[in-house]
Ligand binder design. Structure first.
Ligand code: SF4
Ligand code: SF4
Length: 383
């Protein structure tokens, strides 16, 4: 630390980053009781907040990078503290002084890739629309019914591309007049902001907003709860307001209005995992369940932690880009909960959740036990 700034300056910056928030905490410890980290290892948000109030947080340590921004403790804190903003502020200070623990190195690579190519996955910008090659997918033009904002993982990740392709098939089958932005689409920036890279987030938001305005976009359809959250709740900070709709709501509407007909049956027990950014952050618990309810023969069995108490997959807050030891992965617990619920398929609606669950499925050797599906893939299989 002594090589990067006078110690006193860092203390002041930490205190300033927290504003009045740090002073609100009365150290009840409820945040620690509900935090998923304490199911796998010791971690104290209460301690971080306490130390930050005096400007004494260890910004070079691991702990300020742990919060997955799952939203559980902010929803229960009796003082309404905003623990996510606390983590974000401390990460901004660490980023400013360029002090990062080893586990955060891959998040730095993701950030560099976002800056150079507009996505965290080291994919070339020019290849962003390649998932749609040989499919009937048009470039978005003004006057189209809806912009399908694909998102980074669905554009580049081999597993997640299948979800984008399923989406295109459903939209075409339902006769939706939609288009994509291809290489003109950039990362939404939600998770980049959570790792403390505020300027990168601002640049991404401004770039996307300009693209939306230039293309005459009014309605944006997204698969990722992270894109949904930032377009709906964070982009309005730039004085814009687009209509944003999540895929699960949209598919339900297509079925309810008779535009999409599910003609097949699925005689299986499935369970639904509420992604943090769809559930706790945006209160969207019912549409995905109602959508699954449209599938004939499907039995929905809830896991021990569901709805408002859903267990985080471990991928939010930029954790998807950080290294988490195998024995500390929340996603392993989630797969065990899914099988305990008698499910043969774990359904969700978030690329980070699917990525983590697929990895846990391999680690736990559950390949013959449990399938992992995006809700869009379930619907595509039924048409
Ligand atoms: S729940 Fe809120 S008031 Fe209680 S220790 Fe945590 S931050 Fe402080
Ligand atoms: S938001 Fe979630 S991960 Fe972060 S400290 Fe609170 S409970 Fe833990």
């Amino acid at each position: 630390m002594e090589t990067i700034a006078p110690f006193i300056e860092v203390i002041d910056e930490i205190k300033e980053a927290g504003g009045d928030a740090f002073q609100l905490c009365f150290q009840c410890g409820l945040c620690d009781t509900v935090c998923p980290w304490n199911r796998v290892r010791q971690f104290s948000m209460r301690k971080i907040v306490r130390e930050a109030a005096f400007g004494l947080t260890e910004i070079e340590g691991e702990d300020i990078w742990r919060c997955t921004t799952c939203g559980t403790c902010p929803s229960q804190c009796p003082r309404g503290l905003g623990q996510i903003e606390v983590s974000q502020a401390l990460r901004r200070v660490a980023t400013e002084y360029e002090v990062f623990p080893a586990s955060v190195k891959s998040a730095r690579s993701a950030r560099a890739s976002v800056i150079s190519e507009g996505n965290p996955l080291q994919g070339e910008r020019s290849g962003r629309g390649d998932w749609a090659k040989d499919l009937s997918v048009k470039s978005f033009e003004q006057g189209m019914e809806v912009l399908y904002f694909v998102g980074c993982y669905f554009s580049y990740d081999p597993r997640m591309k299948k979800v984008a392709q399923a989406t295109a098939n459903i939209l075409n089958t339902a006769g939706v007049d939609f288009g994509i932005l291809g290489e003109n689409e950039s990362c939404c920036g939600e998770s980049i902001r959570k790792i403390g890279s505020e300027k990168v987030f601002t640049d991404l938001a401004k770039t996307n907003i300009k693209t939306f305005i230039d293309h005459g976009v009014k309605k944006i359809l997204v698969s990722s709860p992270h894109c949904y959250h930032t377009f709906k709740n964070e982009y309005p900070e730039f004085m814009v307001n687009f209509e944003v709709i999540h895929m699960s709501e949209y598919l339900l509407e297509l079925i309810n209005t008779g535009r999409l007909i599910l003609s097949k049956e699925m005689n299986q027990t499935v369970t639904y995992h509420d992604p943090c950014y769809l559930g706790r952050h945006n209160n969207m618990y019912d549409p995905p369940r109602q959508l699954l309810g449209k599938v004939s023969g499907l039995t929905l069995s809830e896991m021990a932690d569901h709805g408002k108490n859903s267990l985080c997959c471990g991928g939010g807050g930029g954790r998807i880009w950080m290294d988490t030891p195998r024995e500390e992965r929340f996603s392993d617990i989630r797969l065990e909960q899914a099988t305990a619920a008698g499910a043969k398929v774990l359904v969700t609606s978030c690329p980070y959740c699917i990525t983590n669950f697929e990895e846990s499925r391999l680690n736990l050797e559950y390949e013959d036990v449990l399938d992992i599906k995006d809700i869009t893939e379930i619907i595509n299989d039924m048409i």
